[in-house]
Design a protein around this ligand. Structure first.
Ligand code: ADP
Ligand code: MG
Length: 882
C-alpha cells in the first residue's frame, strides 16, 4: 500500500502524519479520499467509489467537489470521525499539499445548530482517594471560554452534564478513570479525544493561558493548577486542529460553583430541564418557557436554567427587567420584532477570525449592530423600561465603537452580495477609488457588449441577432439560420446549431479579453479589500461578543416576561431565610396541557422543614414535589413563577431522587444506583439545600425499604437539616412527625366515598388515612372475591392479627402470622407454638403468654413506629420462649 506513488502515495504519507481517522485531500477542484478512507466515507455517506490506478495497483477513490466539502465534513464529524483536511497550494515545481485542519466534534465551525457546542477538558489533580478536578469549556463557534473546579467525581460529572460538551479531552490521570469516562461516553454522548499529555503540563498550560488571555489571567481567575491545565490543553488542541478561532477567544471566565445553585446531573434529568425523560426537547422546562427570538438568546436562557444563581442582587435585577417588560406589552412586542432582525454575533465573530465569513456574514454583522441602538431607543423612550436594569444592559457594550463599525460596513458591502468572495460584486460603488476605476471600465465594456446586438442589427441589416457567452464558446454573436448567410465578411463562424449559427469578430474577441481581465482584476481587488475588511471585523471580535451578549440578555429577559404575562406568573419574593411559601403554585410544564389544580406549600426552618408527602398512587405526589423544585429553580434564574404568590428562600442546591422502582419502569436505574445517588445527597446537601425524594427505598423489599427511608429521614433531619420533601407510600413514615420536631405530614387528598377513588389533587396537612392500593385494584377490574379478600388481609395485617392462608392440605384454614420483625410469614402458628395468636383460644395459657396477648391487643399498630414495633416483638418472643 505505502508503495503507491504520485497522488495516492502523497495521500498515504499525509495520512501517516495525522491521528485523524479520515483524510480529505484536495486534488484540483475536488477533495479526494483514497483506500480504506474512500470505503468508509462511501459507506457512511453514500458516495460513489471509483478505482484509481497507480503503478500497477488500484486503489478505491471517492471525492467531493471543493465547494461541497462542508456538509460532508459535518456529517462525518457528527458520526464521530475526526477528519483531516489537506489543501493544495502552488509551488515553483507544481503542487504540494499540507494538512490545514483536523475537524473534530468540538472544533467544527460549520455548525448550523443553535445550541452551544462545547469542547471540554478534565484534569484530575488529586490523589486516588482525594480527587480534585479542574475543568475547562470552550465553544469555538462563539469564543466562549470557562473554567471550573470540582471537588469530586460527582461534582465533575455535574459540571460536564451542565455544559453537555460534544468532545472531551481527558487529562493524563483521567484517562484510566472508567467511572468518569464511561459516563461521559454514555450519558453525555461526547467524543473522547486523547490530546498530547505535554499540553496538560502545568507550566506549559499556564503559559498558553497567559498568552491567550493576558498576563494576569491566571491570578485573576484564582482557580487551581488543574483548571489552568485544562484551559491550556484546550487552547493547544484548538490551535493544533487548526480551527484558527483562537482570536475569537478573548475572555476567560471562572465558573465558581458557590455563585451557583448545585444542580447535579440526575436532578437536571429528573426535572426535565432541557429534555424530557424520553429524551425529547418538546415538553422540557426550557422548551416551555423559551420565547426567544434569536439563537444566542435561546442559548443564554438555557444556560440560565442549567446554572441558576444564588446572588440575590443579580436575581432581583433580572426580576426588575422581567417585571418592566411583562407590563409593557406593546414595547415588548416591538423589542422582540427588532430582535428578530438580529443574527448570531458571537458566531459571526468566530467566522470572521477564522477567515470563513463571507460578504453576507459581514452584512449580517452590520444589520445586527443596528439592532442595538434600535433596542436602546425603545427602552429609553419607555419610562418603565428606562428605569429598569435593561437600560444599563444595552449601554454596556461600547456603543460608539459599535456604531463606527456599523458605519464602516454600511459604506462597504453591496446590498445583495454573492456568497463567493473571489468573484467580485461584494462592494458598493464609492468604497475604493481603484476599485471604482475598474468597475467603471468593467461597466463600460459590459455596456458595449449589452448593446452590441442592436448595433449589429442596425449596421448590417441583420434580424434575429443575440449576443451571449458560455464556457466553451466565450462571447459570441448568434444569428438565426435565415439571416446567417447575410453576415458581413469579418464575421468568423465558431459553431453551427440547428436553427442558428454563432460568430465572433476581432473586436468582440478583444473586448472579451478585456472583460475577462477586468473581471479577474475586480475579483482580486475586491477579495483583497474584503480580506482587510474582514480582518477589521475580526479585530472587533470582543466588541461583537459584547453586543451579542447584550442582545441575548434582552432576548432572554423578554422571553421570561412573555411567558410570565401569558401564563399569569408572578414575581416571587426572594430572601436569604429558610421560608418557602408558595400560594397556589402550579407545575410550569404540566399546567400547559392540563386543567391544573393549584397547590400551596409552606416550609420553614422550624416545624416544617421536612414534609412527608403521602397519598394514593397517581394522586399527584411526584407532580407536587417537582412543581416545588421547578418553582424554586425558576425563581433562581430571575424568572417569575407559576403561583398566586410566592416567597422563596434562596437555596444553594436542588437535589432530586426518584426511587428505582419508578425509574426502573423506564428501564434505567437499579437499586444500586438509587442508593449511590441517595448517598451522594446525604454527603452533599446542606441546610440551605432543597431535597426531593420520591419513593426512595422502594426498589427493595418492603422492610428493607422502610428501614432505609426511616434512617435517611432521621439523618436528613438531624444532621443535614436540608429542606426536604419526601413522597412515600410507606404509611409508617408518617409516624415520624410525632418524634422529629421539624417533620410534618402532608397528603394529596382523594375522595373515596362511593367506593371509587376520585383524585382531588389537593395537598392538605396531615398524613393520608389509608392506603388506596386495593381501591385501585378494584378500579382496575381485579375480581370481586380477590378485592374483598385483600381488604380482609389488610385489616388483619394492620391489627397484626394472624392471617389464615386459605387452601391448606385438608382444605382447612391454616393459620400463619406475619412477622413484622423479619417481614416473613411464620406458621402454622400451632406447630411451632411461638407465635402470638389471637384466634387460638385455649384453656391452658400461662400468665406470661396471657400478658403478651394483652399487650398485643392494646397496641395501636398505626401509631407505633416500626422500630418500636420491632423491639416489642423481640420482647414478646423472649417472654414467650421463657
Ligand atoms: P403520584 O406520584 O402520586 O403517583 P403523579 O404526580 O405521577 O402521582 O400524578 C399522576 C397524574 O396526575 C399525572 O398525570 C399528573 O399530570 C396528574 N396531576 C398531578 N397533580 C395534578 C394537579 N395538581 N392538577 C392536575 N393534574 C395533576
Ligand atoms: Mg410518583
Amino acid at each position: 500500500m505505502t508503495e503507491a506513488t504520485g497522488i495516492v502515495g502523497e495521500f498515504f504519507s499525509l495520512k501517516e502524519d495525522t491521528d485523524a481517522e479520515l483524510l480529505a485531500m484536495q486534488c484540483g477542484d475536488f477533495y479526494e479520499f483514497f483506500g480504506e478512507d474512500a470505503e468508509t466515507v462511501s459507506d457512511e455517506l453514500d458516495l460513489k467509489v471509483s478505482q484509481k490506478s497507480s503503478h500497477g495497483s488500484s486503489y478505491p477513490m471517492a471525492g467531493v467537489p471543493l465547494d461541497d466539502l462542508t456538509p460532508y465534513l459535518k456529517a462525518l464529524v457528527e458520526r464521530g470521525y475526526r477528519v483531516a483536511v489537506a489543501d493544495q497550494y502552488e509551488t515553483e515545481s507544481g503542487h504540494a499539499r499540507e494538512i490545514e485542519r483536523v475537524v473534530t466534534p468540538g472544533t467544527l465551525l460549520e455548525t448550523s445548530d443553535a445550541d452551544a457546542q462545547y469542547l471540554a477538558a478534565v484534569v484530575d489533580g488529586g490523589s486516588g482517594s482525594d480527587p480534585r478536578y479542574g475543568l475547562a469549556f470552550a465553544d469555538v463557534t462563539t469564543g466562549r471560554f470557562l473554567v471550573a473546579e470540582a471537588a469530586d467525581t460527582d461534582a465533575a460529572l455535574t459540571e460536564l452534564y451542565r455544559f453537555d460538551p460534544v468532545e472531551v479531552l481527558p487529562g493524563p490521570d483521567s484517562r484510566t478513570d472508567d467511572d468518569l469516562l464511561g459516563t461521559v461516553r454514555e450519558r453525555i454522548d461526547a467524543a473522547l479525544t486523547l490530546h498530547e499529555t505535554e499540553a496538560f503540563a502545568p507550566k506549559r498550560a499556564a503559559h498558553a493561558v497567559r498568552e491567550q488571555f493576558g498576563r494576569e489571567t491566571v491570578e485573576r481567575l484564582s482557580v487551581g493548577p488543574e483548571a489552568t491545565a485544562a484551559a491550556g490543553a484546550i487552547l493547544s488542541y484548538v490551535e493544533e486542529t487548526g480551527a484558527g478561532v483562537l482570536a475569537s477567544m478573548t475572555r476567560i471566565q471562572a465558573h465558581h460553583g458557590d455563585d451557583h445553585v448545585t444542580l447535579d446531573a440526575t436532578t437536571q434529568r429528573n426535572l426535565e430541564l432541557t429534555e424530557t425523560m424520553q429524551g425529547e426537547r418538546d415538553g422540557s422546562l426550557f422548551a416551555t418557557i423559551d420565547h426567544t427570538q434569536t439563537s444566542a438568546g435561546g442559548r443564554l436562557l438555557k444556560e440560565w436554567l442549567q446554572r441558576p444563581r444564588r446572588a440575590l442582587e443579580t436575581l432581583e435585577q433580572r426580576q426588575e427587567s422581567v417585571a418592566a417588560l411583562s407590563s409593557a406589552a406593546l414595547e415588548r412586542d416591538e423589542i422582540q420584532d427588532t430582535l428578530g432582525e438580529a443574527y448570531d454575533l458571537a458566531r459571526l465573530a468566530s467566522k470572521a477570525t477564522h477567515g470563513s465569513a463571507d460578504a453576507r456574514d459581514l452584512l449580517a454583522v452590520r444589520e445586527t449592530l443596528a439592532v442595538l441602538p434600535a433596542l436602546a431607543e425603545t427602552i429609553d423612550s419607555t419610562p418603565d423600561l428606562a428605569e429598569s436594569p435593561l437600560a444599563e444592559i444595552v449601554d454596556r457594550p461600547d456603543r460608539a465603537a459599535a456604531a463606527a463599525l456599523r458605519e464602516a460596513l454600511e459604506d462597504a458591502i453591496a446590498e445583495d452580495p454573492p456568497s463567493t468572495v473571489t468573484q467580485g460584486e461584494l462592494f458598493q460603488y464609492g468604497y475604493d477609488d481603484d476599485l471604482d476605476e475598474v468597475i467603471d471600465r468593467h461597466e463600460e465594456v459590459k455596456q458595449w457588449l449589452d448593446t452590441l446586438d442592436e448595433r449589429e442589427k442596425r449596421q448590417h441589416g441583420l434580424s434575429h441577432v443575440t449576443v451571449d457567452r458560455n464556457k466553451t464558446d466565450g462571447y459570441y454573436i448568434q444569428v438565426g439560420k435565415s439571416a446567417a448567410d447575410g453576415v458581413p465578411d469579418h464575421y468568423e463562424q465558431v459553431k453551427t446549431l440547428k436553427n442558428s449559427k454563432r460568430f465572433t469578430t476581432d473586436e468582440l474577441e478583444e473586448k472579451e479579453r478585456e472583460i475577462l481581465r477586468l473581471e479577474e482584476q475586480r475579483g482580486e481587488l475586491e477579495y483583497d479589500l474584503f480580506e482587510s475588511l474582514r480582518d477589521d471585523v475580526a479585530e472587533r471580535a470582543e466588541l461583537l461578543q459584547d453586543v451579542g451578549r447584550a442582545l441575548a440578555t434582552v432576548d432572554a429577559l423578554a422571553s421570561l416576561a412573555t411567558h410570565a404575562a401569558e401564563n399569569r406568573w408572578v414575581k416571587p419574593d426572594l430572601h436569604r431565610g429558610d421560608a418557602l411559601d408558595i400560594d397556589q403554585g402550579r407545575h410550569p410544564v404540566v399546567e400547559q396541557t392540563t386543567e391544573f389544580v393549584p397547590n400551596d406549600i409552606r416550609m420553614d426552618g422550624e416545624d416544617r422543614g421536612f414534609l412527608v408527602v403521602t397519598g394514593p398512587n397517581m394522586s399527584g405526589k411526584s407532580t407536587y414535589m417537582r412543581q416545588v423544585a421547578c418553582i424554586a429553580l425558576l425563581a433562581q434564574i430571575g424568572s417569575f413563577v407559576p403561583a398566586k404568590e410566592a416567597e422563596i428562600g434562596l437555596v444553594d442546591g436542588i437535589f432530586t431522587r426518584v426511587g428505582a422502582l419508578d425509574e426502573l419502569a423506564q428501564g434505567r436505574s437499579t437499586f444500586m444506583v438509587e442508593m449511590s445517588e441517595l448517598s451522594n445527597i446525604l454527603h452533599t446537601a446542606t441546610e440551605e439545600s432543597l431535597v426531593i425524594l420520591d419513593e426512595v427505598g422502594r426498589g427493595t423489599a418492603t422492610y428493607d425499604g422502610i428501614s432505609i427511608a426511616w434512617a435517611a429521614t432521621e439523618y436528613l433531619h438531624n444532621e443535614v437539616a436540608a429542606k426536604t420533601l419526601f413522597a412515600t407510600h410507606y404509611h409508617e413514615l408518617t409516624g415520624l412527625a410525632e418524634n422529629l420536631p421539624r417533620v410534618a405530614n402532608v397528603h394529596v387528598a382523594a375522595d373515596d366515598r362511593d367506593g371509587d377513588v376520585t383524585f382531588l389533587r389537593t395537598v392538605r396537612d396531615g398524613p393520608t388515612d389509608r392506603s388506596y392500593g386495593i381501591h385501585v385494584a378494584d378500579l382496575a377490574g381485579v375480581p370481586g372475591p380477590v378485592v374483598d379478600r385483600a381488604r380482609d388481609v389488610l385489616e388483619r395485617l394492620r391489627e397484626e392479627k394472624a392471617i389464615e392462608a386459605k387452601g391448606g392440605d385438608a382444605g382447612e384454614p391454616v393459620q400463619t402470622v406475619f412477622d413484622v420483625g423479619n417481614g416473613q410469614f411464620r406458621g402454622p402458628a400451632n406447630a411451632d407454638g411461638g407465635a402470638p395468636n389471637d384466634t387460638a383460644e385455649s384453656d391452658d395459657i400461662d400468665p406470661e403468654t396471657e400478658a403478651v396477648l394483652d399487650d398485643l391487643e392494646e397496641l395501636d399498630v398505626n401509631a407505633t413506629p416500626p422500630v418500636e414495633l420491632i423491639t416489642k416483638v423481640q420482647e414478646w418472643q423472649e417472654k414467650l420462649s421463657e
